[in-house]
Design a binder for this molecule. Structure first.
Ligand code: ATP
Length: 439
């Protein structure tokens, strides 16, 4: 065993059965063995590939299993479905399948494939090939490691491109010099892996990135593919590091949109958002927060609404997320200012101001202000005001002989506000309030 540069334990051993047994829950390990044996019966070779093997060697938890089959994948999948209780999704045209086990655990399968590019930056053409072909089409040496699961070679590491050495040295290295021309999204992938693992992009690889950028390869990429890569980066634990690196390598972030000025103020706000997200996730473990949406909203904050809409479509955001971004665009500045400047705001006013925002929106507003008063108010809203509920229901209003209809919502909202302002402590207080106010 050796210590890699970032002190994770990795191994030079050629058989990783022990590590595999340690990393995988017992029932998954047994399923993998069984899949290897099914492959043996048909004379196929089977390998776990890619991110799982890389992360296993780095001692990082990862249960995203990708298995590559040299042989007829769909025959193997049929055998698997006969043997155990799995539901299977087959994509025959792509030569891939997903098996979902009874406990929900998922394994992705693919037939070993060969790739060809009709022109630079195009999506590749695919044909079936050997495991060597399959590993040769991959992006970086650290992602080319494969672990055989056939019975006789169970746990054997296949390392065609010295990927284990690069893991050990902490290096992101392409397999060939045309890699970024074939697929410029790899520029972002290289930076994402480099920053995630605290590695370095190897010198020649960095030179190739700069050469591809000089040839304007990013322009050849569809905006959708750029969007996918940027979102993947924003989903990392520390995306600001990667954005800084991209800005350095590419000279700006204008390839996302010309109005994005990645200056000190924007970086400062993104860093502040990082700290806010950390605290939020530790404090409010029950409130899920899409941190990438916080960063994206901040990145897009200088854009007008038309440009924002365009980017949201290019990034294929769902309606709910577009709405969160637009609410921020329309109201965040004014709300942040009022929360920090207006010392006389009542609880109800704070509630009314912050209610339209998602948690992501609240995190963005927090990142916009240094004011302790505004921060206190936002935290008060999250911890207390947003949780206050009234006990009255529509049924209660009916019993009071109030005419059912859209007016009910208004009555309940007003009752809620009265409760937030501290006037109502019990259900009978609420009933009295409604009787007096709406009779
Ligand atoms: P992550 O931990 O981010 O999921 P991963 O390595 O599993 O990392 P995926 O994007 O799921 O990354 O890709 C799975 C594998 O497919 C990678 O390990 C890599 O070998 C290969 N791959 C993905 N994208 C590319 C690409 N653009 N060019 C070449 N190979 C790629």
């Amino acid at each position: 065993m050796y210590k890699s540069h970032n002190s994770k334990v990795i191994t030079r051993k050629k058989n990783l059965i022990k590590i595999l047994r340690r990393e995988l829950p017992g029932h998954i390990f047994r399923n993998i063995r069984m899949i290897g044996q099914l492959a043996d019966e048909e004379g196929f070779s089977a390998y776990i590939v890619g991110g799982f093997v890389r992360d296993m060697l780095l001692g990082r938890a990862n249960l995203d299993l990708d298995i590559v089959i040299e042989g007829d994948l769909f025959r193997l999948i049929d055998l698997l479905a006969k043997k155990v209780n799995v539901s299977v999704v087959r994509h025959r045209g792509f030569g891939t399948a997903t098996a979902i086990f009874a406990d929900g655990f998922k394994i992705d399968f693919a037939t070993a494939r060969k790739e060809s590019y009709s022109h630079p930056a195009a999506l590749p053409g695919i044909s079936f090939g050997s495991i060597e072909d399959d590993l040769s089409r991959r992006d970086f040496t650290i992602n080319t490691l494969a672990l055989q699961i056939n019975k006789h070679n169970f746990g054997r590491l296949l390392d065609l491109f010295a990927g284990a050495d690069d893991l050990l040295q902490g290096v992101v290295r392409v397999l060939h010099n045309a890699s970024f021309i074939d697929d410029p999204t790899r520029i972002f992938r290289a930076i994402r892996f480099e920053q995630r693992f605290d590695f370095n992009i190897e010198k020649n690889t960095e030179r190739l990135i700069r050469a591809a950028l000089k040839q304007n390869m990013l322009r050849q990429l569809s905006k959708f593919r750029i969007g996918d890569e940027i979102i993947l980066i924003l989903k990392e634990d520390e995306p600001v590091k990667s954005l800084l690196r991209i800005n350095k390598v590419c000279g700006s972030l204008k390839f996302i949109h010309p109005a994005i000025k990645f200056d000190k103020a924007l970086v400062g706000q993104l860093k502040s958002a990082y700290r806010i997200i950390q605290t939020f996730q530790k404090t409010y473990t029950d409130k899920p927060l899409d941190s990438w949406l916080v960063y994206l909203s901040i990145l897009l904050s200088a854009l007008g609404s038309d440009s924002t809409d365009k980017i949201c479509r290019r990034f294929c955001l769902v309606k709910k997320d577009i709405k969160k971004i637009n609410t921020l665009k329309n109201r965040a500045k004014e709300v942040a200012r009022a929360l920090s400047k207006d010392i006389n705001l009542s609880y109800v006013q704070v509630y009314k101001m912050l209610k339209p925002f998602s948690y992501e929106g609240l995190a963005v507003i927090l990142s916009m202000t240094e004011s302790p008063l505004a921060k206190r108010r936002i935290n008060l809203f999250i911890k207390k005001l947003s949780k206050i509920k009234i006990t009255l229901s529509g049924q209660d209003l009916k019993k009071l002989n109030l005419k059912p209809g859209p007016g009910y919502r208004k009555i309940l909202e007003e009752t809620l506000r009265a409760k937030i302002s501290g006037k109502l402590n019990s259900k009978s207080d609420e009933l009295r309030f409604v009787k007096e106010r709406f009779k």
